[in-house]
Design a protein around this ligand. Structure first.
Ligand code: KG4
Ligand code: ZN
Length: 357
C-alpha cells in the first residue's frame, strides 16, 4: 500500500491532495482541495501568469496543511511527495515544484516530478470502473487535444492532435467573442442548454493530407472560430439581439461531433474497444452524452474521468504518482527544475538520475 501527497500549480488552480493505493490496485482520494483563481483572471479575460504565480504562493501552504490534516497522515508516513513540474506556466509550476522538493527534503521522502498530462490520463483511474489497457484516450484540455493509444504494456503513442487551438482554447475564445466571460467552457455550456444546436451550420475543421484526402484523426479549431466570428458579424447587422443560446449550442455540438467521430474512427481503425475521455473539456455535458451514446452504438466501452477530476486538480497528479510508484523505484532529482513544455512520451526521463531540466 502506498500513500502520497500531490501538488498542482501549473496554471490557474492551486491544488493539493493525499491519496492511497490499496493492495488490490484501487486508488482512494483521502483529501483533495482546490483554490481557484478563476474570478481574478476573469477580469482580464484569461490567465495572467504573474498573478497566477503570486496566488499559488499564497494558497498552497494552507491547502497542504488542510489535506494532510484531513487525511490523518503525517508527512513522514507518506511514500512520496509529488508535484507537477511540466508542462505549464514556468513561474506557476515553480511554486508546487519548490514546495514539493522542500517537503521531500525535510521529511526524507522521495520526490516525484509529474507530467501534467500523465495526471490527466490517470484521472480516469479515480472513477468507479477504471479501464484496463489497451485503450484509446481522448485528452481534451485548455492546452491539448490529443488521441493517445495506451498499449497493454502501458506504452503510449499519439495518434491524433490539433494543428492549432486546443478544444478548450476554442471554447475560451468563442466565449469571449460571445461576451460570455472566462473560463469559456462552463459559460458556453450554461448558455447552450436551451439552444437549438442545429440552427447554424459550422465547419468541422479537417486537416488536408499532402497526397490528397484528410487526416482521419487530427483536429483543427481555428476555422470554426473564424466561422463563429463571421456568423456573429452578420447577425450583428440586424437590430435583433444575438441568439446566444443557439450560437453556443451549435458551436458545442460541432465540437462534440468532431471529437466523438474521430475518436471512434481511431479506436475502430486500431482494433481498440475501449475509449477514455479526460481533461477540462471532458466535463462538458453535451460531449459526455454524445460520446457515451455513439460509442455504445459501436460497442465501444467508454470511461470518462469523474466530473470533479476533469479540470485541473491535485488528485489526478497523485494518481499518476501512485501508478509510477507501483512501476518504478526511481524518483525525481531534487535538483530538477520545471519546463513549460515536455513531450508526454518522454515523461520517464523525469525519473532519471540525470534530469533533463
Ligand atoms: O484541464 P484543464 O482544467 O486545464 C488544462 O490543463 O488546460 O482544462 C481547462 C479547459 C478550459 O479551456 C475550459 O474552458 C475547459 O477546460 N472547460 C470546459 C468545461 N469546463 C472546463 N469546456 C467545455 N465544457 C465544460 N463544462
Ligand atoms: Zn490540465
Amino acid at each position: 500500500m502506498h500513500a502520497v501527497l500531490a501538488l498542482e500549480t501549473s496554471c490557474d488552480e492551486s491544488a493539493a491532495a493525499v491519496l492511497r493505493r490499496h493492495a488490490d490496485g484501487r486508488i482512494e482520494v483521502l483529501a483533495s482541495r482546490i483554490a481557484s483563481q478563476v474570478e481574478e483572471h476573469a477580469r482580464w479575460g484569461g490567465v495572467v501568469p504573474e498573478i497566477a504565480s503570486r496566488r499559488h504562493v499564497e494558497a498552497l501552504p494552507g491547502l497542504v496543511e488542510a489535506v494532510v490534516d484531513e487525511a490523518g497522515l503525517a508527512l513522514g508516513q507518506l511514500d512520496a511527495i509529488a508535484a507537477t513540474i511540466t508542462p505549464g506556466l514556468a513561474g506557476a509550476l515553480m511554486v508546487a515544484s519548490v514546495t514539493g522538493r522542500t517537503l521531500a527534503a525535510l521529511h526524507h521522502r522521495p520526490f516525484l516530478g509529474i507530467h501534467h498530462l500523465e495526471g490527466h490520463l490517470a484521472s480516469v483511474m479515480l472513477g468507479d470502473a477504471p479501464p484496463q489497457a489497451p485503450y484509446l484516450v481522448l485528452l481534451v484540455s485548455g492546452g491539448h487535444t490529443e488521441l493517445i493509444l495506451v498499449a497493454a504494456d502501458g506504452g503510449m503513442k499519439r495518434l491524433g492532435r490539433s494543428h492549432d487551438d486546443a478544444a478548450g482554447e476554442a471554447f475560451d475564445k468563442v466565449a469571449r467573442l460571445l461576451g460570455l466571460g472566462y473560463p469559456g467552457g462552463p459559460a458556453i455550456q450554461a448558455v447552450a442548454e436551451k439552444g437549438d444546436a442545429t440552427r447554424f451550420r459550422l465547419p468541422k475543421g479537417r486537416i488536408s493530407l499532402p497526397g490528397g484526402g484528410f487526416h482521419p484523426y487530427d483536429f483543427s479549431f481555428s476555422g470554426l472560430k473564424t466561422a463563429m466570428l463571421r456568423t456573429v458579424e452578420t447577425l450583428r447587422q440586424s437590430a435583433d439581439p444575438l441568439p446566444l443560446a443557439d450560437l453556443a449550442a451549435s458551436f458545442e455540438q460541432v465540437v462534440a461531433d468532431v471529437l466523438v467521430q474521430r475518436s471512434i474512427r481511431c479506436a475502430e481503425d486500431h482494433g481498440v474497444d475501449q475509449l477514455v475521455m479526460v481533461g477540462g473539456v471532458a466535463a462538458n455535458r453535451r460531449l459526455r452524452r454524445c460520446m457515451l451514446e455513439r460509442a455504445q452504438d459501436r460497442s465501444i466501452a467508454v470511461s470518462i474521468a469523474p466530473l470533479a477530476f476533469c479540470t485541473d486538480n491535485a488528485a489526478m497528479i497523485g494518481a499518476a504518482a501512485l501508478l509510477r510508484l507501483a512501476q518504478t523505484t526511481g524518483s525525481t532529482s531534487l535538483e530538477s527544475g520545471v519546463a513549460a513544455r515536455w513531450p508526454l512520451d518522454q515523461a520517464h526521463a523525469l525519473y532519471a538520475a540525470d534530469p533533463p531540466f
